[in-house]
Design a binder for this molecule. Structure first.
Ligand SMILES: [Zn+2]
Length: 346
């Protein structure tokens, strides 16, 4: 091949590469592609009806599962989803709290993939005990992989991706914030950060602890709406801190809890957040202010922008918020990454 021809071929392949980067179908393709080949951070919102389940996949292929829906949903929804994505092992499980709509399916996922000894590095939760069959099944399935996550603890995921715990078991980095027995208020609260992309995931945490989290949260791009959009979560003070461009509500049709609460949706819309729901539930965002996925959907972040797509959603890419998370009260980035200590990857 002549030099001239080789230059033509190089230019051709470069254009091919560019066009593949900007393919409008890329996000939709990714939702069913092998995530090991993905080049971006993926946050899969798996629709388990009334409950939570998130699958996070890093560019280098680390896999984190946060909750797995109610008993039966792990085997019925999550495992098939993992198998569709050729996922046979998990690096970290995080149980947000011990209610069955969050941990009920975790044992089914762990056992269905072959047992914690073979497929799991660590399972983090708030520590302590809880009196339920779902909890006992969860504990049995994770065995000696169980670890207590502490406020301030950072999970390093590689690829410049960090996950920081800002609340667990009623504790914050500043000390005890809640000492009651409301399991929701004991939820693990996490900040996921990838370059300038930030997401807040607070399980079912509520107004009993939200004011205490404001100093440790900050301006985020995506808010996993706490407690399925319940009236007693997503307080105005927290929303004024988070300023989420996008809110994600995980909720089931026909739920008996009235989730999401229409007042909560109004508060989200009032802070200019665009609301995505897995299902319609008890209320939906007003026209033009959100969409119902009617199933699973996907957030793909490259650290500077993020795209949300799903089979019933209009795929949309947004730039990340230039503001960094943390320190709402001071207005300064006084709580820098890294924070306290690192978790070894075993
Ligand atoms: Zn819940």
């Amino acid at each position: 091949m002549s030099k001239k021809n080789s230059r033509v071929y190089l230019a051709f392949y470069f254009l091919l590469y560019l066009s593949s980067c900007h393919s409008p179908n890329r996000q939709q393709t990714n939702i069913s592609s092998n995530p090991a080949t993905a080049s971006h951070l993926e946050i899969h919102i798996i629709d388990v009806g009334q409950g939570d389940c998130f699958l996070i996949i890093t560019p280098s292929g680390k896999k984190i599962i946060i909750d797995a829906g109610n008993t039966g949903r792990g085997a019925g929804f999550v495992l098939p989803y993992l198998k569709d994505h050729n996922i046979s092992s998990i690096d970290y499980i995080i149980a947000s709290h011990f209610h069955s709509d969050h941990i009920g399916g975790l044992d089914e996922v762990v056992n269905g993939l072959g047992g914690s000894t073979h497929i799991l590095s660590a399972a983090f939760d708030r520590g302590g005990n809880y009196d339920s069959g779902a909890f006992r099944d969860y504990i049995k399935s994770i065995g000696d992989k169980r670890k207590t996550i502490s406020p301030g603890q950072m999970i390093e995921l590689g690829d410049d991706i960090k996950m920081k715990c800002i609340a667990s078991n009623g504790d914050t980095p500043g000390g005890k914030a809640y000492s009651g027995t409301d399991e929701n208020a004991l939820s693990v609260v996490l900040l996921l950060k990838y370059r300038t992309f930030d997401m807040y995931l607070g399980g079912d945490s509520n107004s009993a602890i939200e004011p205490s989290l404001v100093p440790y949260a900050g301006d985020v791009d995506v808010y996993k709406v706490s407690h399925h959009g319940s009236a007693t979560s997503s307080t105005q003070r927290l929303l004024d801190c988070l300023k989420p461009e996008v809110s994600v509500i995980t909720v089931g049709d026909g739920n008996t809890y009235g989730h999401p609460n229409s007042g909560t949706i109004s508060r989200l819309v009032a802070v200019n957040s665009y609301v995505y729901q897995t299902e319609s539930g008890a209320a939906v965002p007003p026209p033009g202010k959100g969409e119902i996925a009617n199933g699973n959907f996907l957030i793909i972040a490259d650290g500077y922008s993020y795209t949300i797509s799903g089979s019933s959603l209009v795929s949309k890419t947004r730039p990340t918020d230039s503001s960094q998370a943390f320190a709402c009260l001071t207005g300064k980035h006084s709580r820098q990454w890294p924070f306290l200590f690192l978790v070894s990857e075993n």
